[in-house]
Design a protein around this ligand. Structure first.
Ligand SMILES: NC(=O)c1ccc[n+]([C@@H]2O[C@H](COP(=O)([O-])OP(=O)(O)OC[C@H]3O[C@@H](n4cnc5c(N)ncnc54)[C@H](OP(=O)(O)O)[C@@H]3O)[C@@H](O)[C@H]2O)c1
Length: 314
């Protein structure tokens, strides 16, 4: 089988395509033919040795996939479609995964959409949950055209919130059509965000200087959820701001949450997949690449170009 391999630390262009033996499933595993695998920001970091959890080389990057079962077992039949999130290994034609880590895909869901659905949408789902967003509240989403950002916009609208999508260009904001208000923060984020006149919740997968500017927009009683630092900079917030504005700052980390609360995690995944299959959610896959162009796909994400999800198709 063909797989994308990281042999040495470097940029996306350091990845190579190799022919490797198919991974044979252990007794507790299921073997899948990969139909599509999503590119996530941490894939870029892992290849560059910039992720908080190092992975020994050589390794196959890729942490999210939709696959088709190739051997019956563990309650699954040949041809059943499943989705899974993994640490690494998804950028390959075949994977073998513990059977209890795959989730059956409801009928009718496009594998390209399914491949990039779970990480972004479960992160957004739990972010909105910990922020205790209620219908009618105003939710400001930073990096709103990114994978997590667009999922936050979509799910916040599903909860009947008033959504402010904030991003760095008109092209990116054009992808946030479900939001009620669009804010371009490329030139003068302070003025742009201040003009909102106060928000109840901020969802922040970007970090950097933007975080404090957004936190200053919160109304008393507002909630700020820090989700990630795509800007490459972890902000330091003056704590007196939290006191003076009487707001709550929360963090959410999907990997830690899923490990600590597997039942709640599985329930959230199930709920989201049903909403997706029933047409209530609107995930965006903006680009697909063949497996042999994995470097270009990761480069697109690394260069801040991606809108919604970018997906590799073996
Ligand atoms: N907490 C969790 O459990 C969890 C789960 C999944 C992902 N994450 C993290 O959340 C962050 C976003 O993930 P994602 O999948 O949404 O990524 P993404 O699709 O690449 O979107 C990230 C967004 O961040 C903004 N950004 C600002 N400066 C950037 C820079 N220098 N490089 C790249 N993007 C930049 C971009 O929007 P503008 O250009 O509009 O500013 C971009 O759309 C990542 O840090 C990821 O690790 C956290």
């Amino acid at each position: 089988m063909r797989a994308v391999v990281s042999l040495e630390v470097g940029p996306p262009e350091s990845l190579v395509l190799q022919d490797l033996p198919e991974p044979q499933p252990a007794t507790d595993e299921v073997q899948l033919r990969v139909l599509a695998a999503a590119v996530n920001f941490p894939d870029v970091l892992l290849v560059a040795d910039g992720y908080q959890v190092p992975v020994p080389r050589p390794f196959i990057p890729g942490s999210e996939l939709c696959g088709e079962v190739t051997r019956a077992g563990h309650g699954l039949d040949v041809g059943d479609r499943v989705v899974a999130t993994v640490m690494t290994g998804a950028f390959a034609e075949v994977v073998s995964l513990p059977a209890d880590t795959v989730t059956r895909l409801p009928d009718g869901v496009d594998p390209l959409v399914a491949a990039g659905f779970l990480v972004a949408y479960t992160t957004a789902f739990h972010a909105l949950r910990v922020a205790e967003v209620r219908a009618g509240e105003t939710v400001l989403v930073l990096g709103a055209a990114g994978g997590v950002g667009l999922a936050c916009v979509d799910l916040a609208k599903h909860l009947a919130a008033r959504v402010v999508a904030a991003a760095s260009s008109p092209e990116k904001l054009a992808a946030c059509g479900r939001a009620d208000v669009l804010v371009d923060y490329s030139n003068d984020p302070r003025t742009a965000l201040k003009a909102l006149g106060g928000v109840d919740v901020v969802l922040d997968p970007v970090g950097g200087a933007l975080s404090e500017t957004a936190l200053r927009c919160l109304r008393p009683g507002g909630r700020f959820v820090t989700l990630g630092y795509a800007s490459g900079s972890i902000p330091a917030i003056p704590l007196n701001l939290v006191l003076l504005k009487q707001v709550i700052v929360r963090g959410f980390d999907l990997r830690a949450f899923n490990a600590a609360h597997p039942e709640q995690a599985a329930q959230a995944q199930q709920e989201l997949l049903v909403l997706l299959a029933d047409g209530h959610l609107h995930p965006t896959v903006s680009r697909t690449y063949p497996l042999d162009q994995a470097a270009a796909a990761l480069r697109h994400v690394a260069d801040r170009q991606a809108i919604g999800k970018v997906v590799l198709v073996p």
